[in-house]
Design a protein. Structure first.
Ligand SMILES: [Zn+2]
Length: 370
């Protein structure tokens, strides 16, 4: 979720592309990850005027799930809505039941203990606590998310994930004073983020939805999480598709992930991955039938340019002809969003079958226990 392209040469279309955007090609390129729901100036006509094919429109905060519904309504043929809570916005989630929620103060105090002394108050929490949303129970959030996924048959789950770099921004009245930093030093603990990802993945598996996954500065935690999901969630996990969006790991770790997880795709935007000197090496490490393109943009007007830019990078890095590239990327995207019911079941080993039976039994007894 970068949302602002500050590269200085970006405004000059004459020097930006080696060949100008081709509408016939753009129509067959689908944006695997973008954020029109976070576009403050979103206009349905801008969305309808885009040359890019279909957009996977992410949700991010508690508040903008509603906006994703609006974006979808603007052009249901052009938008695949994704519902989910981004790690930047998961601090209001409480794991207590709705009828036994802690006070706002207690919730955030236990989520953000001070670095050294867990019995004292976090020094920077007091100045922002009032501006934080009231805590909401995970079960309330998940039932809203399920209702959205159910009401939108083409929808999937995203953007969810792990982020170890993010700090919660200071509220506007504090950030407006230039002497103050833009961000607090409050970071949502990774364990909290992980529980929220897992709860949303469980819902995705139960409803047969695919997932768009964010991972920033948490490469090992992400690899561990994927491995654990494969182990404990068995066939349900293997049947959903997972897109590692703007994957920031090394070429070597991409290869290892592909070896272990046949259900994983990788999508790239120039805004993030294009800044790395190893971008082409990374593209070359991705199996040709797992590669997707994305803009990761909230400024809807810019999406065509961003998709064209990453398409050109792919042509250069992989020495594909335009036709070869567009055919592959189009087929990959269709596979990524394809409904789970239309997919062959993965072949499970006897050990995996046994584990899967055990998991289903566990889930049922959990439910019976309330
Ligand atoms: Zn994003």
């Amino acid at each position: 979720m970068p949302w602002n392209d500050t590269r200085p040469w970006i405004k000059d279309p004459a020097t930006r592309f080696s060949s100008p955007p081709d509408p016939a090609i753009l129509a067959r390129l689908h944006d695997a990850h973008c954020h029109p729901s976070d576009d403050d100036e979103f206009a349905p006509e801008t969305l309808r005027g885009l040359k890019t094919g279909i957009l996977c429109a992410m949700s991010s905060s508690l508040a903008n799930q509603e906006k994703t519904r609006e974006v979808y309504k603007a052009d249901p043929d052009k938008v695949v809505p994704f519902f989910g809570l981004h790690p930047w916005f998961c601090h209001p989630i409480s794991f207590d039941p709705p009828d036994d929620l802690p006070s706002k103060e207690d919730h955030y105090r236990s989520l953000f203990p001070p670095p050294c002394d867990s019995s004292a108050d976090h020094p920077s929490l007091a100045s922002v606590l009032d501006t934080f949303p009231d805590p909401i129970s995970i079960s309330t959030y998940l039932s809203d998310m399920e209702a959205d996924l159910f009401a939108h048959p083409t929808s999937h789950v995203g953007e969810i994930g792990l982020d170890r770099a993010f700090r919660i921004p200071n509220p506007p009245h504090i950030a407006a004073d230039k002497r103050n930093p833009k961000h607090t030093d409050l970071a949502t603990p990774l364990a909290h983020q992980l529980r929220i990802v897992e709860a949303q993945v469980d819902l995705a598996i139960r409803l047969g939805k695919n997932v768009s996954l964010h991972s920033v500065r948490a490469p090992q935690e992400t690899v561990d999480m994927l491995r654990r999901f494969k182990e404990v969630k068995g066939e349900g996990w293997q049947r959903i598709h997972v897109c590692l969006h703007s994957f920031g790991g090394s070429a070597e770790s991409a290869k290892q992930i592909q070896k272990a997880h046949p259900n994983v795709f990788f999508s790239f935007a120039t805004i993030i991955s294009g800044r790395s000197p190893h971008f082409h090496k990374l593209l070359q490490a991705i199996e040709p039938d797992r590669l997707l393109v994305e803009s990761d943009f909230s400024d809807t007007r810019e999406i065509d340019n961003q998709i064209w830019e990453v398409f050109q990078e792919i042509l250069t890095a992989l020495s594909w002809t335009p036709e070869e590239a567009v055919s592959r990327l189009e087929a990959n995207w269709k596979r990524f969003v394809s409904p789970i019911d239309e997919r062959p079941k993965p072949k499970l080993s006897n050990r995996e079958k046994k584990r899967e039976r055990k998991r289903v039994d566990l889930y049922v007894s959990d439910e019976e226990g309330g």
